[in-house]
Ligand binder design. Structure first.
Ligand SMILES: *Cc1c(COP(=O)(O)O)cnc(C)c1O
Length: 361
């Protein structure tokens, strides 16, 4: 079976060991004689899978008993609506730090339910950095401060040191870097991620929420849209995406078996360093993101010449390096190097870039 190097932003490359195990479990899970996707969500087997995944998330993220983990559907895009729907009343405000499309969308959705404040934005500089912000300027009517911790499109990320510190609940969209590095996950009152970037196939959304913050959520909401209700039901009110929860569980075990999050972080930093160092020294390619704010997961670059970028993408495909085109709204190239991408893939990419540079200078 052929496997090429997939640098797509999501659905994205997944650990091969997990794919192999999952393909077996699809036929028969753990000698049950049933495939994992054929097992009832009400069975003890599945409940154990779900609870183990919840516990492993908490363990890897360093979360205590004060956190609820929800397994939902609808993607990060539905969370953009459900957070304001659950936590805001019409006259409330929510504050946002705008780092591009994913925060803009979240802000636009919040406007259906309440008022929004844009505390800071890096739009003026093409979202090439995490903007400075003044916590003192938060609207007193704000119920939470919302950020996207890694912006997949522009290749930016909030390093730990720059995370906002205030008394206000902090909310983070972590879709594209969850469990890629040690991070003060427990300092967030709510974080969420679609799984298709770093944790599995598309179709599952993880929401982690502090119980104390969850207490402030509304009660009178439709069942499927209520975080409080879904927490009471342990995400088992209706049929959850059972395969995705199983797969997530396997990815979490894979992280644990590979010496945990510190080891994953070390490898991710090494991968990113190899790429950025080459790009910074290249006479052809450049990355314009403020160095401090660079993503470890999504490395954007361009030659500055549309035709040459196009040629690069075409040639890289022919070499088996797939999905290197940048986001359709941003152009250029983007190498997404999630947990599932090994060091080897990054080295092959850099070698290819070096060759391309020599031929096209
Ligand atoms: C991909 C992505 C989303 C959108 O996720 P969907 O599951 O497609 O709704 C939101 N935020 C970030 C940071 C993303 O990378």
């Amino acid at each position: 079976m052929k496997r090429l190097y997939n640098f797509g932003a999501g659905p994205a490359v997944l650990p091969e060991e997990v794919l192999k195990k999952a393909s077996k479990d699809l036929i028969s899970y753990s000698d049950t004689g049933m495939g994992i996707s054929e097992i009832s969500h009400r069975s003890e087997i599945f409940k154990n899978i779900l609870n183990e995944a919840k516990n492993d998330i908490k363990e890897l993220m360093g979360l205590g008993e004060d956190f609820e983990i929800l397994f939902l559907q609808g993607g990060a895009s539905t969370v953009f609506d459900l957070i304001p729907m659950n936590f805001l009343h019409k006259s409330d405000f929510a504050s946002f730090i705008d780092t591009g499309r994913w925060t803009k969308r979240a802000m636009d959705e919040a406007k259906f339910f309440a008022k929004v404040q844009m505390l800071a934005s890096s739009e003026k500089v093409g979202y090439r950095e995490i903007p400075d912000f003044d916590i003192e300027k938060i609207n007193p009517k704000s119920k939470y401060l919302y950020i996207c911790t890694n912006n997949t499109i522009y290749g930016t990320r909030f390093i730990k040191e720059k995370l906002p510190k205030s008394d206000l609940p902090l909310i983070g969209d972590m879709s594209s870097h969850i469990l890629s590095e040690t991070y003060p996950y427990k300092d967030f009152d709510l974080f969420f991620a679609s799984t298709q970037k770093n944790l599995g196939p598309s179709g599952l959304t993880i929401v982690g929420v502090k119980k104390s913050f969850l207490q402030t959520a509304k009660d009178n909401l439709p069942a499927m849209l209520s975080y409080k209700f879904m927490a009471e039901k342990n995400s088992l009110y209706n049929t959850p995406p059972t395969f995705n929860i199983y797969f997530l569980g396997q990815v979490l075990k894979w992280i644990k078996e590979n010496d945990g999050l510190e080891a994953i972080e070390k490898l991710n930093k090494e991968k990113a360093k190899i790429l950025y160092e080459y790009i910074d020294n290249s006479n052809l390619f450049r990355n314009e993101v403020e160095k401090e704010d660079r993503s470890l997961m999504n490395v954007v670059f361009t030659s500055g010449n549309k035709n040459l970028d196009y040629k690069f993408i075409k040639n890289s495909e022919a070499r088996g390096l797939l999905n290197l085109q940048g986001h359709r709204s941003f152009g250029g190239m983007r190498a997404s190097i999630y947990n599932g991408m090994g060091l080897k893939g990054v080295k092959v990419l850099v070698d290819f870039m070096k060759n391309f540079e020599i031929k096209n200078k």
